[in-house]
Each structure stands twice: as C-alpha cells, then as structure tokens.
Design a protein around this ligand. Structure first.
Ligand code: SP5
Ligand code: ZN
Length: 342
C-alpha cells in the first residue's frame, strides 16, 4: 500500500514535556516518523508519496474557527509577550469557570484551547500539524479513489485533539479530519477504530452525537491511565449518536488474548453498522516495551492485528497515532500494514 508523509511534519521538534507531574524529555519526537519511514522503505511496503495541501477548509469541518485562529496566531502572540521556546498552559476553565469571554492574555488562551500541560507548543507546531493532517487527507483521497488501503504516516498525532482544544501531543485530529473528508466525498457510514493504547478522547467528542461516523476505541482503562476523563464503557454516544460510540477499556497489563477479544467485538460492531469505509487510528503504544504504556502486545501481535483488520473487508485508511518505543516503532507499524496485505 502507499504511504503518505511530508518532511514538513518533522518541524515540530519539542525538547521537553510535563509528564508525571515533572519536566521530562519529550517523547513525541521527529525520529518517530523517521523510523517508520525507514521501515516502510526497507520492507518495500509500497510507494512513498508527498501529501497535497488541502488548505484550511477540511480542518474547519472538524475544528472550531477560533481554535484554528489561536493555533495560527500562537507564535506571534507568544513572542510578542516576550516569551520564547516551548509553551505550556497552567490554568484551565474547569467546572464553574467561564470560557466566555475568551481571554486576551496568552496564558489564558493556552488554557482555553488545551486540556493538559503535557503537550509542548512551539514555533513550527502548527505548520507540522497541518502537514500531518494533509498526509491524512491525501491518504483519504487515495482510499476514496479506489485503493484497498493507504497509510498516512501522521506525526504529530491527532486523536486527543478535540474541536477546540489540543493535548496528548495532538493539535489537529487527523483521523477525524480524514473521516469527515471521506463523508464529504460520498462515504455514507465511516467507522473510526482507535487501537492506540490511550483513549481517543478527541475523536470520540467530535463524533459523539453523530450516527454517520461510528467511533470505537480499545485502550487502557481511564480509571488508571491518561486521559483519565473519558473512555469508559458506559459512554455510548448521545442524541442521534446514541449507540454509535463503543469503548473497550482494558486493564493494565492486557496481552493479545485480552486485546484481541476487544478487537473481535469492535469488528462485529463495525459489520453491524455496515460501514462502507474504515479509518484506523493506528497507535503502536500497546507494545510491551512502550516506555509510557502498560499493555503487552509483542511484534507478532501487530501482524495479527493487521490480518484481523483486513478481514473486515473494507477500504481502509491507516492514520498513525502514538507509540514511543522508537526503535521498535517501524517494525510494529509495518507489521500491521503487512499483516493487512498478506
Ligand atoms: C498520541 C498519544 O499516544 N498521546 C499520549 C499522551 C500521553 N501523555 C501522558 C503521558 C503520561 C506518561 N506516564 C508514564 C508513566 C511511566 N513513566
Ligand atoms: Zn497513545
């Protein structure tokens, strides 16, 4: 299958993040994408393509205009305030506080448009996030054009980003943007299956009240793991979207035996929904040696995952999400894609 990737995605190059309540070296780093690109080439997965620029319109189908304007203007505001380097928010409009009126001050804006302090925002972040979204959109267009599958080598990732806030290393929700674009291009029912170790809170919130895009997620139980505040089994959608969200929270330590049962249940749900297109939010952080995660999938399990996904028989867009065991990332990612094609 074809892979879509732009070197522009490497421009977001964070040095530090706030993690476990402390300032630590950043883990969502450019070498993640470079390792996957090298594996795609070394294993001859298929052609490697540059994305086209789809402009702002498909981003605005998913994200609020004021949020996009914040991301666009961030660096000017940050430097005008006399700041430099990477920005971190430290105050949020939680229960009882107001998001209206939107603050003028940069620290107020950072809190208004984020949900964690673990996501460094820098000079080139928005440009890299746009390039990443363009890779997802270019992959979506390949699938809409009749390809059995395509791989969008997205980085920075997207699934934690909601309509109007960033977090979890995510700024633009690549999978949601691609799913919406596929709907607008004529797909009637799109399923987004999120296999990242962390719950895809952003994607869930974007489609929560919709019946045309089903969201399913297999992830570490939010009682014990980031993002803590979404991803419980009782969350099944609302309004017209009731029954179109499915969460499979698993205990820490879950291995393929446990994980694959949730995958089988997800694929049953996707079949009952009669999806015509599948978007896979492809996190690789369920890997046993992932430095920030606690599942126990091994290399071969990723190949099995790909084979199981292929059995759904749907045109499929893979959108890369997390995965922080950098040395194993290319192997695990291409294992899924090869398993799918075998
Ligand atoms: C896209 C994606 O995978 N985002 C994940 C964001 C997770 N950020 C919080 C990380 C907390 C790490 N805790 C590690 C405990 C072991 N040191
Ligand atoms: Zn993750």
């Amino acid at each position: 299958m074809k892979t879509v990737f732009s070197a522009g995605q490497l421009a977001h190059d964070p040095k530090q993040e706030i993690s476990d309540g402390m300032l630590k070296p950043a883990v969502e780093i450019p070498s993640r994408a470079e390792m996957v690109r090298e594996a795609v080439l070394a294993r001859r997965l298929g052609e490697l393509l540059e994305p086209d620029d789809f402009g702002m319109e498909p981003l605005a189908r998913v994200h609020d205009a004021d949020y996009l304007a914040f991301l666009e203007s961030f660096w000017t505001r940050w430097t005008t305030a006399g700041r430099s380097g990477e920005a971190f928010p430290f105050v949020w409009p939680v229960r009882g506080l107001n998001i209206d009126p939107v603050p003028d001050h940069i620290d107020g804006l950072l809190g208004r448009y984020s949900f964690d302090a673990g996501t460094p925002l820098g000079e080139h972040t928005f440009a890299a996030a746009r390039a990443s979204a363009n890779s997802a959109l270019t992959g979506a267009r390949l699938v809409a054009g009749g390809e059995r599958a395509a791989f969008a080598l997205c980085r920075p990732p997207g699934h934690h980003a909601a309509a109007d806030y960033y977090g979890g290393y995510c700024f633009l929700n690549n999978a949601a943007i691609a799913a919406q674009w596929l709907r607008d291009a004529g797909a009637e029912r799109v399923a987004v299956l999120d296999v990242d170790y962390h719950h895809g809170n952003g994607t869930q919130s974007i489609f929560y009240e919709r019946s045309d895009v089903m969201f399913l997620s297999i992830h570490a139980d939010p009682r014990e793991e980031y993002p803590y505040f979404l991803g419980h089994a009782a969350e099944t959608g609302a309004g017209k979207g009731e029954g179109f969200t499915a969460n499979y929270p698993l205990e820490l330590g879950a291995d393929w035996d446990v994980w694959s049962q949730a995958l089988a249940a997800s694929l049953d749900r996707i079949a009952a929904f009669r999806a015509d297109t599948l978007v896979v939010s492809l996190g690789l952080d369920a890997y046993e040696k992932d430095p920030i995660s606690r599942f126990r999938l091994v290399h071969e399990d990723f190949t099995r995952m790909g084979a199981a996904l292929a059995a759904a028989g749907l045109p499929t867009l893979f959108v890369m999400e997390g995965g922080y065991a950098v040395d194993a990332l290319g192997t695990n990612c291409v294992n899924v894609l090869e398993g799918f094609e075998a």
